[in-house]
Design a protein around this ligand. Sequence first.
Ligand code: HXC
Length: 511
Amino acid sequence: MRDILEKLDQRRDKARLGGGLKRIDAQHGRGKLTARERIELLLDEGSFEEFDMFVEHRCVDFGMDKVEKIPGDGVVTGWGTVNGRTIFVFSKDFTVFGGSLSETHAAKITKVQDMALKARAPIIGLFDAGGARIQEGVAALGGYGEVFRRNVVSSGVIPQISLIMGPCAGGDVYSPAMTDFIFMVRDTSYMFVTGPDVVKTVTNESVSAEELGGAKVHASKSSVADGTYENDLEALLQLRRLIDFLPANAEEGVPEWPSFDDANREDASLDTLIPDSPNKPYDVKELITKVADEGDFFEIGETFARNIVVGFMRIEGRTVGVVANQPMVLAGVLDSDASRKAARFVRFCNAFLIPIVTFVDVPGFLPGTAQEHGGIIKHGAKLLFAFSQATVPLITIITRKAYGGAYDVMASKHIGADVNYAWPSAQIAVMGAKGAVEIIFRADIGDKDKIAARTKEYEDRFLSPFVAAERGYIDEVIAPHGTRRRVARALAMLRHKHVELPVRRHDNMPL
Ligand code: HXC
């Protein structure tokens, strides 16, 4: 028996070396960790249970029957825990055929995808891979199809997260694209359908990998990535932090962690957060962190469409999604990018039973040809659709402006929010006073005194929360310092909210 155990250890040691020491050194030389080192950092110490360590490829084309077979075939798969909660993981091993996907490599991934779905636990993909194994041809393409289909079947059932930690091409960008969140490591990770060489051949365009699909491009321009991190270590530690916020699946509800922050805590500084001038900005993240348990806020998509802020906080130890207009950027206006960003986030929260708190300070939708031609009607409708469709607890706080269609869209009572509060500084109107008076009293435009009087009249009547409160569209006008307590109480009241929607195959949201 001892001999057999020794042999087992030897086979395991060989598998753990992946593509060999030389390639491991090269990986480290590029500032990257190996597939196994990454798993060690992601999961609780000693919790990783590996599957399929000895799987090998079966390809015989292009001399593949002559090269040494590497056990594991370029991906490390299995499960473990993050702060005690079960997580499935696959981690591409760039030292083995560049982490490329063969038929057997795909079967390893689909095995953990199936298990994650059965176990109703999140699945994390750590990507560092060159797409389909070129030598395998259609067998590899078929493998990707199997992975893609499972991504879709699991969507909205279990959280799926992708962390891009190296150059990723082909199928290794399309599978992440169908998961809930994508994060990238700065300077070492790229995502593109085809790399710079192919781009040069097809379009004659010279572009570096970084310019084509680096972390900065995807997090601030294309919106493919939801965040970027300095290095592998930071990315994995932040991923652990995100997992702590997420439910295990669509039915379980949000995790509950011990909280040492009093739900009744008041914050007097919020009473002076809104500047005296309606055109002066303030940082809505200050409001979010003052309301959140222990000031802890995990932002999603920080560098894209910064005029809207989305992310996770906790109230009384339980996860809450936050959507907030950001007056610091474009006065918090809703444009196509902001609408898409927030819509996707709202749908994630709704799919996984995460209540949503919405902070509103929005001057309207951004006018202009660029937006109209870019499809703001359809993109804005995505957010309207997402909020209207949400059946999770929805709490809305209007801090200042809520103008026009954006008032309706930003989780108003009319589209299904449960509890709608306004600060005394709220202005709920079709538009700002100047614009309104110039339209309805166009004939008086030459008469400055008359216009000033009309403007004052409009401000007094409409630029307050009270017209909406008189109609019950606002449930209560609240003092800013008590916002956390009000939110906590509303969430507690709505804990068992239940809404039935008509039976249908699925909706047809404006994609
Ligand atoms: C087989 C591959 C490979 C692949 C890399 N390697 N990609 N082997 N199939 N797809 C191998 C290399 O031969 C090399 O082997 C090792 O991995 C490291 O690769 P390098 O090129 O030396 O590394 P680097 O310079 O860092 O470049 C990484 C890379 C590049 C950008 C990923 O390798 C690359 O462009 N690969 C091809 C990408 C691609 O076009 N894939 C197909 C996409 S189509 P040795 O033995 O030297 O270590 C696709 C179809 C699905 O995925 C689409 C579904 C929608």
